[in-house]
Design a protein around this ligand. Sequence first.
Ligand code: HEM
Length: 509
Amino acid sequence: MVDIGLLSLQTLKLFLFSATLYYIYVYLLKPALNFVYMVIHYHGFPSYPKNFLLGHLKHFWTNFPFPNDAASVSKNVYEAVNKIVAHNPDESLSVAWISIYPVIILTGHEAVEILLDKKNLKKPHFYKFMGLGDGLIPSDPEIWKVRRKLIEPFFSTKKMKDHAENMYQEMESFGQRLHDEVGKPIDLVHQIHTSTLNIILKSATSIPLDDSMEDKKKFTKLVDKIEPNLCRRGTNPFYYFDWLFKFFEFGRAYNKTNDMIAEFINHILTQRMEIFENALNEPENQDFIHLLEDKIDEQGIHNELLTLIIAGHETTAVALRWILFNLGNIPFFISTLIEKLYKEIIQFFPDDAPIDDMDKIKQCNYLDQCVKESLRLNPPVYGIARVLEEDIMVKDKRLIKGSVVGVMIEATHRDPKVYPNPKKYDPDRWNPENASKIPKAAFIPFGYGPRSCIGYRYAMIELKIYTIQIIRKFSLRSTRPHGSIPLKADITLRPVEPLEIIMKPRNHN
Ligand code: HEM
């Protein structure tokens, strides 16, 4: 017998054989058995009629097996999920089948509380397709816990005062730009997106508001591709594996977009470094990067900055477009609603008074109701998803460990049991008496539970400052009724057609 040190060849062979068996069991057989168990378990759950092998894939990917363009995938996703949810009379729990892979869809405040209140839940694999690396939104619980603590001070009450000043400073030039758009039907999509990007860049990196506007415009165009790209990648199982994905034309375009975005972030970080190197004194106000420097590695800082920029401007921009469209849609016979809003606004912020006093903004109660109602009716984020760490019960049904579970925000916000006549824009739902009857988990534009939006106060202040500035200067009329605008589901729930409004200067009424 050959001896190799302490081990005989026989023992070595046995060891290798057992190790191979172990790895086959742990990494192939066990996941495969779990998957089969999951497919069988969800087989009888409420769902829309499906194909045995493709599931609902052809509803999402209508051109199967040929490529769909990204825009139509997002529109198909919105329509398909609505169909699947509506097919179940109770609507609170359904299953969407991506081929043979089940994704559980929940709606309603009871389900939201059960799922999203849980700690340490991972986000599903498709969150990674946003290209944010280990940034706060997709990160796993261990990294998330450390990073969330580091980032929280960026949204402290003291910092919010600085942020509000930046916002108003941007608002002044934004307001000037609006004067070129009066009297004609316009969706302010580009103006608003560039403006919200400008604000978050200033807050996060100290880069002056009027710097590199052309670069910023180019960046918003790149960012615009992130969401449809995620949607297209997430609904096609062939695009899941990086090694395979890069061989597709779409894979190469997707990687190129992400590389260009990374380049922009690097450019921003260099620009910021130059600003601080040239500054005579250490600035009093520490920005977002200061909070992370020397605490996490460079790639981490890059990912968190990218996450903050992406999460912090796109959602707010979509929300603001809907707020203006909803306010412009109020029929003239209830225009007392707009008058009430206008009067409240000019009481606290007459003429050109700066809109950066947080206490006064807080006192605008009716403004708060109008903004909330728009976030309810048109939540900017479409859905939230998690992977279950343990079995949970929802409405007498057991959802099993390892399942991907999504919560639909729009459907939750339109539950007629909580919101009578749910498709109506009615800010009075949020007056103190009515609001006290709305369960907390029935209003989730910013998510719910430990991983809810870290920037919600920032977003609410920003939305209010924009709305104040626009309403005190212009009267608004939308060119189309609310329900006539088709939607598509990327990460944000975006209108497919323009949200046109006509602005009229108030002093010309
Ligand atoms: C109207 C505007 C906004 C809406 C509707 C919104 C919505 C959301 C939602 C629904 C989530 C939860 C995602 C999930 O559970 O998977 C979230 C998370 C997040 N949001 Fe926002 N958001 C808005 C504005 C902002 C702003 C202004 C910032 C930053 C300046 C921001 C930064 C983030 C970050 C970093 C997360 C991840 C939080 C975590 O996992 O700890 N968001 N947001």
